[in-house]
Design a protein around this ligand. Structure first.
Ligand code: ZN
Length: 338
């Protein structure tokens, strides 16, 4: 997986940027004058979560486009030819990075080679290694199974799901504000406004963390254990005092298949820990979680949570704060039930 030096190209190509015409069509009641066409730098975000962050920090100072629609699996999303071409005309690309956008990455790398600056947020937010919580794949002491289908991500890889820690996203907002100021050559007043908007995003993220903490406090200590479909919840668990005991899909992505031995190990983990729920994501199939829950017997429920995208406008999880509090609410409900 490509790892680029942080911020390496930012600011280098400011003179060659594409600007997007917005508004400015001649107005019928403007007394014959043609309004000046307002041009705005084009900033392309990868996931809805990154796009929401950039939009809230940028306001209407730039034109923000988000490549992935709500509900798309970011591990699996491939751009159209038109999107790939548009990436090459951006003033700035903001990605999560750390291998999250694995099928989109070649198009981002191609744009970067042509001089488009890429802000890769994850690597700037103290990423955690995958399997931070130790026994996350449900392996026993003999952790020697080969992961079938696991190719792109090694055991030494970093966990890309940084956004599920609100403190990290609060820091991301300030990073985005600084980069937007830089690539748009913002004056001091505009840079201050960008910082102010970033602080508002950060405050909302931290308030969501407080709400999540309160919701998750209802889970008794022995039940603060997560079994998930893919390894999305490492940062969330780390932040809120939960332990990831089992993950069905190996490798930190959604793009691998567990071996039969790994599935058998997970069933053992579910039976041994008496975990009442497997959490699976709105962006993936629940076929394997359903099968494993059935094999585990008992009353293991499969609970769908939003982790890797935002919900559509109007849904409880259509904003970042809503994503965090809704995730906490569903986990608390799932782990309290018997
Ligand atoms: Zn994921």
């Amino acid at each position: 997986m490509p790892r680029r030096p942080a911020l390496a190209l930012l600011g280098v190509v400011a003179a060659a940027l594409t600007f997007v015409a917005c508004g400015g069509s001649p107005s019928a009641d403007s007394g014959g004058e043609t309004l000046a066409v307002v041009t705005k730098p084009l900033v392309i975000a990868t996931t809805p979560i990154v796009g929401d962050l950039v939009s809230r920090v940028a306001g209407d100072r730039v034109a923000v486009e988000t490549l992935m629609p709500p509900g798309a699996d970011p591990h699996d999303f491939e751009p159209s030819a038109a999107q790939a071409a548009r990436l090459r005309r951006a003033a700035l690309i903001v990605e999560n990075g750390l291998g999250l956008e694995q099928r989109l990455q070649p198009a981002i790398d191609a744009a970067e080679r042509e001089g488009v600056p890429v802000l890769s947020l994850g690597e700037l937010l103290d990423p955690l290694p995958l399997d931070e919580s130790g026994d996350a794949h449900g392996h026993g002491a003999d952790d020697d199974h080969a992961h079938s289908g696991e190719t792109a991500v090694t055991d030494a890889a970093l966990d890309p799901h940084v956004w599920l820690d609100p403190e990290r996203m609060a820091r991301a907002a300030m990073i985005v504000a600084a980069e937007l100021a830089r690539v748009t050559n913002a004056d001091d007043a505009t840079a201050a406004t960008l910082r102010n908007d970033a602080q508002q995003y950060a405050a909302a993220a931290l308030a969501a963390a407080t709400t999540a903490e309160q919701l998750l406090a209802a889970i008794p200590e022995p039940r603060r254990i997560l079994v998930t479909n893919h390894d999305a919840l490492g940062y969330f668990a780390n932040r809120f005092g939960l332990t990831v005991k089992g993950v069905i899909v190996p490798g930190g992505s959604t793009q691998a298949e567990p071996s039969a031995a790994e599935v058998a190990d997970l069933v053992k983990v579910l039976r041994a820990t008496r975990v009442p729920a497997i959490f699976t994501e709105s962006t993936t199939s629940s076929r394997l979680p359903d099968t494993i829950a059935r094999d585990a017997g008992g009353n293991v429920r499969v609970v769908v949570v939003t982790t890797d995208t935002l919900g559509r406008t109007g849904a409880a999880d259509s904003t970042y704060a809503g994503l965090i509090t809704e995730l906490a609410r569903r986990i608390a409900d799932g782990l309290r039930s018997t």
